[in-house]
Design a protein around this ligand. Sequence first.
Ligand SMILES: [Zn+2]
Ligand SMILES: [Zn+2]
Length: 427
Amino acid sequence: MLGYYSQRYFYFGRVPRCARVGVLRAALCFGASHCANAHPPHASRKIRLSVTLFYVGTLFLAGIFHVQAREVKIGLWSDILPQSVRYHSEKHEVWLLESTYEAQFKRTIFKDSPFSIRAGSRKVEVYQGSEVVEVFDTLYIYPNAIHAEFTLKNASRSGSYKGKLITFVNAQGFLTLINEVHIEWYLCGVVESELGRIKQIEALKAQALCARTYAIRGYKRHIQEGFHLCDQQHCQAYKGVSGHKLIVDAVFSTRGEVIMYQGALIDALFSACCGGVTADAQEVWNKEIPYLKPVLDGKYCQRSKNFRWTVVIPLTEWRKVLFTSDSLPSIWYYLPDQSGRSGKIMYRDADYVLSDHTMRAQLRLKSAKIKYQERENCVIIEGYGFGHGVGLCQEGAIGMASQGFTYQNIIKYYYTGVTLGYDTEEE
Ligand SMILES: [Zn+2]
Ligand SMILES: [Zn+2]
């Protein structure tokens, strides 16, 4: 499959500037006695030659095809504070480098030879079996093929990723794990985490545009921690690479496309199901955003299992939440008309005010878009949708795609007045 996509999309990846400098230096000093100390004593000439040829080859190909591609650094697993992790590249050998400069490296690990990385005292230790074989301040693991896949595993998690792994021991004493990967492969993972392996490719493309726009706009969110974006919901959920053909097609066929409003990237918010009408950013976050305005959506997402739901909660719990909440944005209601046809009525209920946060966190509701009835000792809540409801409705996008709409139609339906553009770092 790798070959297929390489040919089809002419992607060879960008070589970082530091690596380009490294190649020049390596080429200039290769084999010269004056720079012998620049390389670790056990680094053989043969391996240095391989590294140099690899980068020169990449530069050559990138030059031919004028390809510049955005690489992203994704912080992995910070929620579980990893102390150690097992690295396995089944099909490729990998180079353990101590720097991206001058293609310096310490060791080659041959394919299908798993090894462990552990947080030592301020240093990263590499184990093969029970023996420490190398120690690094920062460890750069580069595969011998662009987009080679590797797996990470420890007692609490596992995942497969493409590209490079960079790791160091952070101030808290656990491993910071960074996956440096081409943005489109990252987006494949995000789209799969968000929508799963659905069949509606136009919805997958729409999600890819949202995810790409969101990622580029928030590119420097974690720069202080040494990476761009985290793999949690805080940025976008990324559970590793997706090899699902339809998702890969959706992402690469829209490569570089982003959503703009008046020439700037939009805040491409989305939620699982809007419950019939999308929310106004003003209502949810008290923030006026011209392209995040309510859109009637019942005909596209009404078949979703999250479109309408009911829960019963004790009256005491309800009142506890109701009377301790501050005055926060009111809620848009959606009601079907009397005959139950697709006519939609939208109005604001001023009876009470609850924030999205209060509703969902304290009452554990799917959304803040509800109607309720009090009955003796309980409250019956009839709710609509899942999530904050602002921006693209994922279930609605799937509905639109099923009805033959394109991803451009979908994007322009949920985001008022937007246009499509290109990420300027992609060509
Ligand atoms: Zn984040
Ligand atoms: Zn919807």
